[in-house]
Design a protein around this ligand. Structure first.
Ligand SMILES: NC(=O)c1ccc[n+]([C@@H]2O[C@H](COP(=O)([O-])OP(=O)(O)OC[C@H]3O[C@@H](n4cnc5c(N)ncnc54)[C@H](OP(=O)(O)O)[C@@H]3O)[C@@H](O)[C@H]2O)c1
Length: 232
């Protein structure tokens, strides 16, 4: 799809990668960018139209899809990470919270906006996933990884369903991105702007997936290695 002239809705647009998406879309010539956040007053990027959205609240998602009838590009960016071992007693509740935000949220948004995208000529959906859709940081990311693996699988299924109405779905996988979520994490971090530019290029090129950095590309290549990356 063409980014220039598009009307985008970015979830979690108040900070981190979502704010970078909002800036990058405007710089690339988007006609309008709706920046969704739980607190719309926190969306301060000039030129971005703030809207209220908690992705775990179905009534808010449905109301927004009725209100924003001009959207052609949905960026499912909002996410949470709660790290800790799966054998800890509170892991089940942490898993539910991360599933609601990271997997059910994007599904709910895609369901609600699919008719809007269809009415506007097809457009596209971007799902921000992770290298942790494919592997787990031992004792830490079990629940987060499960939520991102679920979001990946849901996106793969939705891509096929959306094809019938001419809607592209791009899955974006990255290792550490330099945002609040990865604060304190060791090792290299990709700049959010670099994730955004690769995603916009993938949209323009009609690609299905972005492998944003060397670690992600290495893990992806290692899925069929012996032993597979997720067993190493
Ligand atoms: N940072 C990384 O290393 C990394 C790597 C791979 C993938 N990702 C993914 O990239 C995406 C963006 O994360 P980030 O790095 O920018 O993290 P971040 O700086 O922590 O930002 C997370 C964003 O999601 C929003 N959010 C969380 N729960 C929400 C909800 N229920 N409804 C609406 N918005 C909600 C937050 O809003 P509030 O300000 O209201 O909390 C915030 O805007 C996420 O999907 C994350 O999983 C991040």
């Amino acid at each position: 799809m063409k980014v220039q002239g598009s009307v985008a809705l970015v979830t979690g647009a108040n900070r981190g990668l979502g704010a970078a998406f909002a800036r990058g879309l405007l710089a690339a010539g988007a006609a309008k960018v709706y920046g969704a956040a739980r607190d719309p007053a926190a969306v301060t990027t000039p030129g971005v139209t703030p809207v209220r959205l908690d992705v775990t609240k179905p009534e808010q998602v449905e109301a927004l899809a009725r209100e924003l009838a001009d959207v052609t590009l949905l960026i499912n960016n909002a996410g949470v990470a709660e790290f800790g071992p799966l054998l800890s007693p509170n892991a089940t509740e942490a898993l539910r919270r991360q599933f609601e935000t990271n997997a059910v949220g994007p599904l709910r948004l895609t369901q609600a906006f699919a008719p809007v995208l269809a009415a506007n000529g097809g457009g596209a959906v971007v799902n921000v996933l992770s290298v942790l859709s494919w592997l787990t940081l031992a004792g830490q990311s079990g629940a987060y990884s499960a939520s991102k693996a679920a979001a990946w699988a849901l996106g793969n299924a939705l891509r096929q369903e959306l094809k019938a109405q001419g809607t592209q779905l791009v899955a974006v996988h990255a290792a550490f991105i330099d945002t609040d979520m990865a604060r304190g994490a060791p090792g290299p971090k990709i700049a959010p702007e670099a994730v955004v530019s690769q995603t916009l290029a993938a949209l323009e090129a009609g690609q299905a997936e972005v492998l944003a950095d060397p670690v992600t590309r290495q893990v992806h290549a290692g899925l069929s290695a012996e032993p597979a990356a997720y067993l190493a």
